[in-house]
Design a protein around this ligand. Structure first.
Ligand code: GLU
Length: 382
């Protein structure tokens, strides 16, 4: 199939897209200033995606490069605190630019600054994910970056390729677009080898692909091909399609839809299936929730588990951890991620969701386990 039809069809299939923008696209190298015309055209592309019903999360680099220009910091020899200071000055400019350019198109931009901890620590992961979901539900476009100002060397991503993939996983995005100055993966480095061949599609990452990216141990640094393959690995594991495409054009998304060269990474499953497989495969559920027959049939017909249908809670777990769900006979029906810690779950057993606020003193989720967080392993017939 011609790449035009291929790109436009695949892009149109995506409902939730994470768009990662590399520093080199946003910041003019010599002057260190913002590429306003380019960014404005990109925001027009984002507005078109929103208008077609797609949800968009932007992961934007550029804070450090922008701030360095402003503060007169030479990044080739900057110490950590100098890049952090640069990020601090640059991020406010970057956020302002997105706010202004998206607002001009009637879209609310919302800044989200994340650290590695926010994606690796379960509780913080959930908080970040819930904030992003809420923003998307309200029609906003989250603009994410690493919180470079406080992220020290040991706890840094350092590159937004992997951060963007984690964000895509967090929000169950079905497409991640990495826009930078390269239009895909090549068999060898196209800058030095004129025989380098462009790869159009990857359905399974293999040693060969890592070799093409410079092999393990090669240091392409932030924004290199290796971090892009790291991102592909995370995205594919989460059932999210990913593509590496060039942003070195005005209206890069439109150009992509028109058939620009890109490398697609195509996982075999979708985000929902990947997530459920991951939940079902939890090795050590932390607790057991026993439910009544009414709740059992609700679950089997695809609904969420409400506290009212629960008869017993056992085990010690935190919010967001995996638990077993059993019926009255003790048969395991499935596994799910629970919305409340064990003590709170016990306190609301058998109660209506409307009573949660009075019992716990805050308004949590109505569902004890939301259907998106529930993987049934049995149809209940025994
Ligand atoms: N977070 C960094 C910044 O905004 C960029 C990291 C990267 O280039 O991937 O400057």
């Amino acid at each position: 199939m011609a790449s035009q039809t291929l790109n436009s069809e695949r892009l149109a299939q995506a409902r939730r897209v994470v768009l990662k923008i590399g520093s080199t696209l946003i910041v003019e190298k010599k002057t260190g200033s913002l590429q306003r015309t380019w960014l404005d055209a990109l925001c027009a592309d984002v507005a078109a995606m929103r208008a077609s019903g797609q949800e968009v999360v932007i992961v934007s680099s550029g804070a450090i490069a922008l701030g360095a220009g402003q503060l007169g910091i030479d990044l080739t020899r900057a110490r950590l605190e100098e890049s952090q200071a640069a990020a601090s000055a640059g991020q406010i400019q970057l956020a302002h630019a997105y706010q202004e350019m998206l607002d001009a198109r009637g879209i609310t931009a919302a800044q989200v600054l994340l650290t590695l901890d926010d994606s690796e620590n379960r509780r913080r992961y959930l908080n970040a994910a819930n904030t992003l979901f809420t923003l998307l539900k309200r029609g906003a476009v989250p603009v994410v970056n690493e919180n470079d100002t406080i992220a020290t060397q040991e706890i840094r991503y350092g590159d937004n390729d992997r951060l963007a993939a984690r964000v895509a996983q967090m929000v169950s995005a079905d497409c991640l677009i990495l826009l930078s100055d390269v239009d895909g993966l090549y068999t060898t480095d196209p800058n030095i080898d004129s025989d380098a061949k462009h790869i159009q599609e990857v359905t399974e990452l293999s040693a060969e692909h890592w070799e093409m990216a410079g092999g393990p141990g090669s240091d392409h640094g932030s924004g290199g091909m290796r971090t892009k393959l790291d991102a592909a690995q995370i995205a594919m594991g989460a059932g999210c399609r990913m593509l590496i495409a060039s942003g070195r054009v005005e209206h890069p998304i439109k150009i992509l839809q028109d058939g620009a060269l890109a490398t697609w990474f195509l996982p075999s499953s979708n985000p929902q299936t990947a997530r459920k497989q991951w939940i079902a495969g939890t090795l050590k559920p932390r607790g057991t929730i026993t439910i009544d027959d009414g709740a059992k049939s609700a679950l089997i017909s695809g609904r969420s588990l409400l506290p009212a249908g629960v008869t017993d809670v056992s085990g010690q777990f935190e919010r967001g951890e995996a638990v077993r769900v059993k019926d009255q006979s003790g048969m395991e029906l499935g596994r799910g991620l629970i919305s409340y810690p064990a003590d709170e779950a016990r306190a609301i057993v058998g109660r209506r969701s409307g009573a949660i606020v009075d019992i716990l003193g805050y308004r949590g989720r109505d569902e004890l386990i939301h259907r998106d967080d529930l993987a049934l392993t049995s149809d209940g017939s025994g």
